[in-house]
Every structure is written in structure tokens, then in C-alpha cells.
Design a binder for this molecule. Structure first.
Ligand SMILES: [Zn+2]
Ligand SMILES: [Zn+2]
Length: 358
């Protein structure tokens, strides 16, 4: 059967290699000319339009998240499908898609219950997992066709937020909020600012954001925080007593034992503390078990995202429930990834987005 070959597909077929940002060792990232991936029977190859830089990429680069090198990071991506394997249906060359950065096994007890983020055989594409496949800081990436979510006319840049937002929606689900709940978010980096918007769109009443960096507090206020507080000026618990009568959900979006303790300590009786930030492994925090018992306090974790929350994130982005433009402070081509990592080390700016085709 004759099939029309699209211009992009033709360009793809004509050149056998591509550029990719490769982490070759701890603190070493370089641009390499690599063989272009080809799609297996159930796979697709996507030309990457844009890919967000995440703290996980940074941890893979610094060696603080265990991984085998060489490896191509990048798991917050969107682009155009250029080829699909022979068994693939429902996706074709030319489709604009966001990429769910995982390959759940589909038949472990977690996958069975819609908790693919805990899959017993956790394979990640450019992100954190037991096995890590090459990710999207490259001109092309190979993915399971089932991991693609159509994005319609959403820009690739906006669609890169489907992954981090999908993690935030997972967090909102885990916190199990009720309409009108008072939420305190500790940390207003890109994730804290997405959590703020996800909680608001999901029915939170008053939202307080605690963040030491002034610029980030301003952005939080612009994005709908009812109160922004500087925890270095006045202790958070003191400020909260002045501002709200209770805290139903305390969200830690920093990833430090100290801030988790603080967040848990301000959560009111019957409330939930959500551990969202990635804490260092092997650390401990102090919890008074009597309070957990007597006040029915919950300490809840949330890890990554599921295909379900990913798809809901795309819906949120398409419906303008979440603003992402104020979060993007820096954009780069592939060779700028190292600069992006350097900025992250210094807490400079907010979200960084890489355009591998530039
Ligand atoms: Zn991420
Ligand atoms: Zn599984």
C-alpha cells in the first residue's frame, strides 16, 4: 500500500545519526553524534520538540541518584512522531505527542491497581528507575507507543510540563484533599509552583506558600497563593498562627529532613503531610508517635506519576487550569544542558527547557 511520506519523516530517514547530550560520568556531560534509534514492533520514534530539565536529571548528572553511565537523561518531553513499529495502532507519523517517561510491565500487582509508578519492574525513559533507557535530551527518542499522549495544538514547550504536573496531580490524589481545605506548600521552586496551581484547581481553599527566595514568593503570589511567607524572617509556625486557623494539608516540596519535620509540625490534627520533595536516602526525621495516634496525623509519600495522572495533566494544560509560562526562565539548545545544571546548583531561575533541534 502506498503511504504518503511526510517531509519530516523523509529528513529522518535520510540521516542515520543524531545529536544527544550524554552523561558519560559523574559531572560529565557532552554532546555526541549517535546512531539514531529505530522503532521496535510496539515502539515509536519521536523527534523531540522540547524537553524540560528536572532535578532528577541533575541528580543523575551529579551521581546522587544511582545510575549506570553513559546515559541520555531527559524525561519531560514532547515532540512529533516520525516512525512507528509494525504492531502499533492508534499512533502514526506526524502525531504531536507528550511522552510518558516509563515502560510499566502491565501485569505486576502494582500495575494491576493503577500504581504503575511502583511497578515491580520499573523501567524509566531518561528518568529515575531500576533500569534507565535513553531519554529525550537528544534529537530523537525511542519510546513504547503506549507511552504517547496526543496533545493537539498545545505547544511542545507547554506539553513538557505534562510530566512534572502529572507528578503533582499524583501528589494531590495522595493528599486526598476536600474542597475548601487549607494547604501549606513549603518550597516554591518549579514543582512547588505547579503544586500550588494543581491544589487550587483541585479545590483547595486557602493556600499558603513558604519560600525564602523573594522572586519565587512573588511568582507564587502571581499564580494564586493567598499568602506568601518568608520562613527565614519569621518561623513558619508563628506566621501560620497569624494567617490561618488550621492546616489540612502540609506539602513539603524541598526534599530536606528539616523542612519535612517543619511541614509535619505545622499540619493540624486530622491533617496530612505530603512528602513530595526528594529527600536524601538514609536520613531520618523525628516524629512524636503520640501525636500521630492522638491527632490522626498522616504522613504520606508520593512518587513520580502514573499514566492516568499524566493524561489528566495534559487535560489540565489544554484547559488552561495551570500557567506554565511564568515558570520558564531559561531556554537552551542541547549544548546548554551543562549551564542549566550549573544554574540549578545555584538555585538560579526556575524551569529550564532544552530544544534539542535548535
Ligand atoms: Zn522530572
Ligand atoms: Zn508492573
Amino acid at each position: 500500500m502506498h503511504r504518503r511520506v511526510r517531509p519530516l519523516e523523509r529528513a529522518f530517514l535520510a540521516r542515520p545519526t543524531m545529536r544527544a547530550a550524554v552523561i558519560t560520568d559523574r559531572d560529565e556531560v557532552s554532546i555526541q553524534e549517535r546512531e539514531r534509534p529505530t522503532a521496535g514492533p510496539d515502539e515509536a520514534v519521536v523527534r523531540v520538540g522540547a524537553c524540560g530539565v528536572c532535578m532528577t536529571d541533575y541528580h543523575l548528572y551529579r551521581g546522587t541518584f544511582p545510575a549506570e553511565y553513559p546515559l541520555v537523561p531527559g524525561h519531560e518531553s514532547a515532540g512529533e512522531v516520525v516512525s512507528v513499529g509494525e504492531a502499533v495502532t492508534g499512533v502514526e507519523a506526524g502525531d504531536r505527542v507528550a511522552i510518558y517517561p516509563g515502560r510499566p510491565c502491565g501485569d505486576c500487582r502494582f500495575c494491576d491497581r493503577g500504581r504503575q509508578n511502583l511497578c515491580a519492574d520499573l523501567v524509566a525513559i531518561g528518568g529515575a528507575g531500576d533500569e534507565i533507557l535513553d531519554g529525550a535530551f537528544a534529537e530523537y527518542v525511542r519510546v513504547p507507543a503506549g507511552s504517547l499522549e496526543p496533545i493537539g495544538d498545545l505547544s511542545y514547550e507547554t506539553a513538557t510540563f505534562a510530566e512534572p504536573l502529572g507528578c503533582c496531580i499524583r501528589g494531590v490524589d495522595q493528599a486526598d484533599i476536600e474542597t475548601g481545605d487549607t494547604v501549606v506548600i513549603v518550597g516554591a521552586g518549579p514543582i512547588g509552583l505547579l503544586l500550588l496551581q494543581a491544589f487550587r484547581a483541585s479545590g483547595a481553599g486557602t493556600v499558603v506558600v513558604s519560600e525564602p527566595v523573594e522572586r519565587r514568593r512573588e511568582t507564587a503570589a502571581e499564580l494564586g497563593a493567598d499568602h506568601v511567607v518568608d520562613p527565614t524572617a519569621t518561623p513558619l509556625s508563628e506566621r501560620l498562627t497569624e494567617l490561618v486557623d488550621r492546616v489540612d494539608v502540609g506539602v513539603e516540596a524541598v526534599g530536606l529532613p528539616d523542612t519535612i519535620e517543619t511541614t509535619h509540625s505545622v499540619t493540624s490534627a486530622g491533617g496530612t503531610t505530603l512528602v513530595f520533595g526528594v529527600p536524601p536516602q538514609g536520613e531520618t526525621i523525628e516524629i512524636d508517635p503520640f501525636d500521630v495516634y492522638y491527632q490522626e496525623l498522616e504522613l504520606v509519600g508520593t512518587f513520580a506519576l502514573t499514566p492516568n495522572t499524566f493524561s489528566r495533566a495534559v487535560t489540565f494544560l489544554q484547559g488552561d487550569r495551570v500557567e506554565v509560562e511564568p515558570l520558564i526562565t531559561d531556554t537552551f539548545d542541547l549544548s546548554g544542558l551543562r549551564t542549566a545544571f550549573d544554574q540549578m546548583a545555584d538555585n538560579e531561575g526556575l524551569k529550564k527547557v532544552v530544544y534539542p533541534g535548535r
